[in-house]
Design a binder for this molecule. Structure first.
Ligand SMILES: Cc1cc2nc3c(=O)[nH]c(=O)nc-3n(C[C@H](O)[C@H](O)[C@H](O)COP(=O)(O)O)c2cc1C
Length: 201
């Protein structure tokens, strides 16, 4: 019981110390570390065991080639993309040792599991992935830039929009410099209330 309590404290302090950061460099996780993190992703809540989570890894030197693909696809799709935005994407991805594209297989008109539930399960899997990487000391950032909402970028990564919903990218690497400062989080009282039956009903 005591050991379990200590484990819970460590777990909770890990959850409560995560910050997103784009300021990362090599090295990224080893293949073994990454496999452990993807394993953790498969423990997301999964109504009807659809196992819908999908990931694609992009590593150097392909990260830079992917950056060009994402920029060109975004321009072709008519997304606003000024010169300085392109330059900042290139500067960022030049140092990124691992980019993970994330999608889920859509189960159209599933009798039990709505599109919302499928999307929530994917979000939970991403959170497990992000927290596992954080527990190992890596910095991550979930982004829906890089042409996430074009047809072309997900398709180029193997996710046809008829079958898959693409949910963005996780950049992963060694945090450069200090961990970003903690930001103020809401007090639990601000986001929770206890329901009581309405006496007049
Ligand atoms: C689905 C999803 C997509 C996101 N896409 C972007 C994005 O494209 N650009 C961005 O600046 N932040 C994006 N964010 C927010 C960051 O990933 C991050 O959560 C935010 O900067 C707050 O940092 P924190 O996680 O340390 O609280 C996204 C978050 C989620 C959940």
């Amino acid at each position: 019981m005591h050991t379990q309590h200590l484990q819970a404290e460590t777990f909770l302090s890990t959850l409560s110390s995560r910050r997103s950061t784009k300021s990362i460099v090599a090295p990224g996780p080893t293949p073994e570390q990454l496999e452990q993190c993807f394993k953790a992703a498969t423990f997301a809540p999964d109504h009807a065991a659809l196992r819908l989570w999908r990931f694609v890894t992009i590593s150097p030197p392909h990260v830079e080639a992917f950056a060009e693909l994402a920029i060109a696809a975004s321009l072709r799709a008519g997304l606003p993309m000024r010169e300085e935005k392109m330059a900042s994407i290139r500067r960022w991805l030049k140092n990124v040792p691992l980019l993970i594209g994330m999608a889920y297989q859509m189960h159209h008109d599933h009798p039990k599991v709505s599109a919302l539930e499928q999307s929530l399960s994917m979000g939970a899997a991403v959170m497990n992935l992000q927290n596992s990487l954080h527990a190992m000391g890596f910095g991550t950032f979930w982004s829906t830039g890089l042409g996430t909402y074009t047809d072309e970028v997900p398709a180029a990564l193997g996710f046809d929009s008829l079958d898959y919903q693409f949910v963005g990218f996780l950049s992963v690497g060694t945090i450069q410099g200090d961990m970003p400062l903690a930001v103020k989080r809401p007090d639990p009282q601000e986001i929770v209330h206890a329901w009581v039956p309405n006496p007049s009903v």
